[in-house]
Design a protein around this ligand. Structure first.
Ligand SMILES: CC(C)(COP(=O)(O)OP(=O)(O)OC[C@H]1O[C@@H](n2cnc3c(N)ncnc32)[C@H](O)[C@@H]1OP(=O)(O)O)[C@@H](O)C(=O)NCCC(=O)NCCS
Length: 395
């Protein structure tokens, strides 16, 4: 690899002139050369694209979607959703993508993106650059026959465009219980709730009082399997009511499937041997800017704690080094530390704990941790504790 290290390449944002070429590179990488008819308007999420240019022009690219995510009940954080990572086959293995990822990371830092997420083809590949496994999600496959109509099902109704705002509020209330759910733009919501070009979208909600307490939405599907784009319920009653609606579709759909967070409590409502639950790795996570992300984080209001932490992050030197982290009344303060650190974490471990993929305690048990002073470990473990990671969008 060293041989290629000084290969003259230029790393820069991909301009409008090169976008078609960028999409063509992605077509070869992701869709067996299927030609796209993308235009700049095809994308519902604002994004940046960074390219690797050599003597043959654009050869490789990293896309960064500009998302905002809920981090528990605290403030929204800017999240860099990495996608479209691709290199032309003849130029692979020269370090083009590695260098482009580091470049993208620097741009994320410059543009104030606090954290980053991505769906990896290989965890090992992205781990090298500081991303780490973001926990698990569930995939349910549920035969409609085994579900039951309950009395609350009679209060489930078909949603109209007028309900969109109340559905979005239900989503936001749910999102505050997790770390990582995307605060979708109007365009993204339209993509989910509006009818498609070729198919209707069906959305049902449960709102016995004024507020929407749960909803399901899906488009397309088949008798064998229909995927529900989103099934969200704020409480068990709402979930039970909506499961009943799915039962009413049992002559059209044999099996429904959907994704759910790992702490979902459907088993409180129905446990049946024909329901299949698969546990899958979710996305990978990375903190882009350790002090900025910590300052936005909200701890439990009653917690008063402080830790002197060393972070190892060779690809992001702005994170590297010792930090004094303190919290009081929910607010975290961070400044450069000059004492001997109480514990040392690599950015992968810090990212997992910060994003709720695993607790600091669980990470220490699994992988070991360089702890010099238990008080610092206990404090950081408490500061970073909070809701689990969950996200229901793909990019
Ligand atoms: C994956 C891909 C982007 C890598 O591009 P590349 O320019 O060849 O990657 P690099 O040369 O920068 O490799 C960087 C490092 O990753 C390693 N790596 C490369 N391909 C890898 C693979 N398939 N699995 C694991 N590690 C890999 C390299 O060995 C190198 O490590 P090193 O620096 O320790 O030697 C490219 O193979 C591709 O376009 N694949 C098809 C599309 C795809 O799957 N993209 C990923 C979407 S998440």
């Amino acid at each position: 690899m060293e041989h290629w290290h000084h290969h003259p390449i230029e790393l820069k944002a991909i301009g409008a002139d090169d976008m078609q070429r960028a999409w063509d590179i992605a077509a070869q990488a992701f869709s067996h050369g299927e030609r796209s008819d993308y235009t700049a308007d095809s994308f519902k999420t604002p994004f940046d694209a960074y390219g690797v240019y050599d003597e043959d022009g654009l050869q490789a690219q990293v896309g960064v979607n500009r998302y905002k995510v809920f981090m528990g009940a605290g403030p929204i954080m800017e999240m860099a959703g990495v996608g479209g990572v691709s290199c032309l086959p003849a130029k692979r293995g020269r370090g083009y993508i590695g260098r482009c990822l580091v470049h993208a990371l620097e741009q994320m830092q410059d543009t104030g993106q606090h954290i980053s997420m991505l769906f990896p083809f290989s965890q090992a590949f992205y781990r090298k650059y500081g991303w780490e496994a973001g926990g698990l999600r569930r995939f349910y496959e549920v035969p409609s026959k085994v579900l039951q109509v309950v009395k609350e099902t009679s209060e489930v109704r078909a949603a109209t465009a007028e309900d969109n705002a109340a559905i979005i509020s239900c989503y936001a209330a749910y999102a505050a219980r997790y770390r990582g759910m995307i605060q979708r733009t109007d365009q993204e919501w339209k993509g989910i709730l509006d009818d498609g070009k070729k198919h209707f979208t069906y959305t049902y909600l449960y709102a016995p009082h004024e507020a929407v307490e749960g909803y399901i939405t899906y488009r397309k599907g088949s008798w064998e399997k229909t995927y529900i784009r989103e099934f969200i319920s704020l409480n068990s009653t709402a979930q039970r009511a909506l499961l009943g609606l799915l039962h009413r579709l049992d002559m059209q759909v044999e099996k429904f499937s959907w994704h759910a967070p790992c702490d979902d409590t459907m088993w409180w409502n129905i446990g049946h041997n024909d329901i299949q639950t698969t546990v899958e790795p979710a996305c990978m996570v990375r903190v882009v800017d350790v002090p900025a992300a910590l300052r936005l984080w909200r701890t439990a209001p009653g917690l008063r704690a402080g830790a002197c932490v060393e972070v190892l992050d060779p690809h992001a030197p702005w994170n590297q080094g010792v930090w004094e982290v303190e919290c009081e009344a929910g607010v975290v303060t961070v400044k450069r530390g000059h004492e001997t650190p109480q514990l040392t974490l690599d950015i992968q471990a810090f990212s997992q704990a910060f994003c709720g993929a695993a607790t600091l305690m669980a990470i220490r048990t699994a992988r070991g941790m360089d702890v010099r002073d238990e008080a610092g470990f206990t404090a950081l473990n408490e500061i970073l504790s909070g809701p689990p990671m969950w996200m229901n969008d793909g990019f």
